[in-house]
Design a protein around this ligand. Structure first.
Ligand code: ZN
Ligand code: ZN
Length: 333
């Protein structure tokens, strides 16, 4: 089988290898649609914190697929089921997992980072992390469960009150998902501070009230930083009401610092929150939302490539002009 393997320091190749087999408690899945994101670029360019990746690695942590083979001891699943699979593999026995914070499992292990990902023709995964997807959910929405679960985790932590005035900083996939998802918390308005005017049509589809490309005068109850822009983090603090919250979801790349005015934070009674990955419950909440039909993210997948065209996909990820949503590999059916 073929798999898109990153070796670090820009080297990425489509590697031919023997297909994995579904062992005990495992399921063999054929990926259908596998998205790529800025974190994959960080893996390719060796810019990711080295604690979170083992090279060489098959990339691909945002995906959906179809079950090809069931290992021993697997129940409740069938060959042919369309599924999504939690990417963070929790140990289920450390104090973080037991207290429901499996995103902070003390043994970090994640599909597409420390074990092979889904930019491949086949992938073997633990059966306990597999979720069936309703027929009504598109492959595009299903492939976006992973980044959506990341956003769910962050919003649950920020716990916005109904009627909150919200600003999203950034206009990439995480920002657009955040803009769409925050609607479920009944905000009074959601503005987006983007970089590219060409993203405004996607922002409109996500339900954003105002798409801005320059800093507004308004004050907000909640600002979600989803651009990974260190300069904008400092500016965001000055756009919060007293008691306001800043939620950091964007990755700036490792070793990036930004100055903040401590006085602004203390006098403003502000909260700066950040969030890593997703817990098992945030993942389940996301899958349930898709199942209910309340969330459809099909519009967000704007570019599809064959695995063999990975060089074009990487260059689109780096510099495709707007409008640009999720870039994905269409692998199987
Ligand atoms: Zn990602
Ligand atoms: Zn654990």
């Amino acid at each position: 089988m073929k798999s898109l393997t990153a070796f670090g320091h820009e080297k990425i190749e489509l590697v031919e290898s023997t297909a994995p087999q579904a062992g005990s408690d495992l399921v063999l899945v054929a990926p259908i649609l596998t998205g790529v994101c800025g974190t994959d670029l960080e893996i390719i360019h060796s810019k990711i914190d080295p604690a979170y990746v083992i090279y060489p690695t098959v990339i691909g942590h945002e995906w959906c697929g179809r079950i090809e083979e069931l290992g021993d001891n697997v129940s409740g699943l069938s060959v042919g089921d369309r599924v999504v699979v939690e990417g963070i593999i929790p140990c289920e026995s450390c104090f973080e997992c037991i207290s429901g914070n499996s995103n902070r499992c003390t043994t970090y292990d994640e599909i597409g980072f420390t074990r092979p990902g889904a930019a491949a023709e086949l992938i073997c995964v633990p059966a306990r992390l597999v979720h069936k997807i309703a027929d009504s959910v598109s492959n595009e929405s299903a492939a976006l469960v992973e980044p959506t679960a990341v956003v769910t985790q962050g919003i649950l932590k920020a716990a916005p009150k109904p009627g909150a005035k919200v600003l999203i900083i950034g206009d990439g996939t995480i920002a657009l998902i955040a803009g769409r998802l925050i609607r479920n918390w009944k905000p009074s308005s959601v503005d987006m501070l983007g970089l590219k005017a060409g993203q405004s049509a996607l922002a409109e589809q996500a339900g954003i009230n105002r798409f801005l490309t320059s800093q507004p005068e308004d004050k907000y109850d909640l600002i979600i930083e989803a651009a990974g822009s260190s300069e904008r983090i400092s500016g965001a603090l000055r756009m919060l009401v007293r008691g306001g919250k800043l939620l950091l979801l964007g990755f700036t790349g490792s070793d990036v610092n930004t100055p903040i005015s401590i006085d602004d934070v203390v006098n403003g009674d502000l909260s700066i929150l950040a969030s890593f990955g997703y817990s098992r419950s945030a993942w389940k909440a996301t899958v349930d939302l898709l199942y209910s039909g309340e969330l459809d993210l099909t519009f967000l997948v704007t570019h599809k490539f064959a695995l063999a065209d990975f060089a074009e996909a990487v260059s689109a990820l780096e510099s495709a002009p707007a409008p640009r949503g999720k870039i994905a590999f269409a692998i199987g059916q």
